[in-house]
Ligand binder design. Structure first.
Ligand SMILES: *Cc1c(COP(=O)(O)O)cnc(C)c1O
Length: 360
């Protein structure tokens, strides 16, 4: 027997969520975003689950090369582009699409010898998020410089929204960024790439040739509604088991810091899952956990390899009882909210020692 924690990956849910993205913006082509090891789900699981996408997008060059090696022949997009001349050569060699977001990248492109291979460049425009991209004023000039390079094929105009995950942002609504985008790209007749999951789900009517869904493909919500309400299915189910049970008397404490004290005699289940598995250490008392399909609560501190849960609602629980930390039957966004974070972070944090197991 091995330690019972696994992250189960449902490939059919990935396929389903990818369809949801496509149906939401039926006129657009789909970049399935698989950065950060497919948001913690395993890069090759992403390749399998999103086989119907028009391309895969990520930030890691090594990941892109792994995808090529594994047989992905459709487009691959580097969302932050290349970081050196050496990386640029790899981009050319493997026919990758690349974002170009800064002057340094343009200079590297200009320093390349002409070649026959064409690369597709995604010109990133800073429309207000102030992270990556060229400010609108310089876009026409950058565009011209890219146009003059013989090995630059298609140019796609790209921007990223800061607040597409809400309908009532305090600052910089999607409409403001769209206006800035229009201004920057006036007269440029190229395809555009705008929408992340938030925009796909909350602003589906935006005119865009490409969409770039990430979080929604994994069955979590970017905001406003739950994943279920958006018709999404959870992909990752973090599963473990009860490995010990304690009878704790009134006034006795549980775990490090004796942070939880029993108000009356109760049963405590010890679950093989801790912060070294990626469970958030800051998850407070009351964070939901499923035991044998019944919702109960985390009690006491999260330790490296274990958490403790209240077994009061599951008096029949025993060693080996099935536990779900998030996924099927327990919305990851609910757990994230309780822990003061977002579904994205929980998925990405699942650690190396947790086996990713395809659901059969
Ligand atoms: C990560 C990323 C996305 C996907 O964002 P989600 O909110 O997960 O849908 C889209 N575009 C860019 C440029 C990204 O970096």
């Amino acid at each position: 027997m091995s330690r019972p924690i696994i992250a189960q990956i449902d490939i059919s849910a990935m396929q389903h969520n990818c369809q949801v993205a496509r149906f939401r913006v039926p006129t657009a082509k789909v970049w399935a975003v698989v950065k950060a090891n497919a948001y913690g789900h395993g890069l090759l699981h992403g390749m399998e689950g999103f086989a119907a996408a028009d391309g895969l997008a990520l930030v890691e060059l090594e990941g892109a090369l792994r995808l090529r090696q594994a047989g992905w022949i459709k487009p691959i997009l580097l969302l932050e582009g290349f970081f050196s001349i050496e990386e640029l050569s790899e981009v050319k060699k493997h026919g990758l699409d690349t974002v170009v977001h800064c002057e340094e990248q343009v200079k590297m492109l200009e320093s390349l010898k002409c070649g026959n291979e064409k690369i597709t460049v995604h010109l990133k425009i800073n429309t207000g998020m102030n992270r990556l991209g060229f400010v609108p004023l310089v876009v026409p000039l950058i565009y011209q410089r890219l146009k003059e390079l013989s090995f630059v094929g298609k140019i796609i105009l790209l921007t990223h929204f800061a607040n597409a995950d809400t309908l009532r942002p305090l600052l910089l609504p999607v409409t403001d960024q769209l206006q800035n985008f229009e201004m920057a790209t006036i007269g440029l007749k190229e395809e555009v790439s705008l929408s992340n999951s938030g925009a796909i789900l909350l602003y589906p009517h935006l005119k865009t040739d490409w969409i770039r869904p990430g979080i929604m493909l994994y069955g979590a919500s970017p905001g406003e509604k739950t994943a279920v309400e958006f018709g999404l299915r959870p992909v990752m189910t973090l599963r473990s088991e009860i490995i010990a049970i304690q009878v704790v008397k009134k006034g006795q404490a549980v775990g490090y810091g004796s942070a939880f004290v029993a108000q009356s005699e109760m049963l405590i289940g010890v679950v093989a899952c801790g912060y070294a598995d990626g469970y958030p250490r800051h998850a407070p008392l009351g964070t939901p956990v499923l035991v044998e399909g019944v919702k109960t609560r985390l009690i006491g501190r999260v330790s490296m390899d274990m958490i403790t849960v209240d077994l009061t609602p599951i008096p029949k629980a025993c060693i080996g009882s099935k536990v779900v930390l998030w996924g099927e039957g327990l919305d990851i966004d609910e757990v994230a909210r309780s822990a003061g974070t977002i579904g994205y972070e929980l998925m990405c944090a699942v650690s190396q020692r947790v086996p990713l197991v395809k659901r059969v």
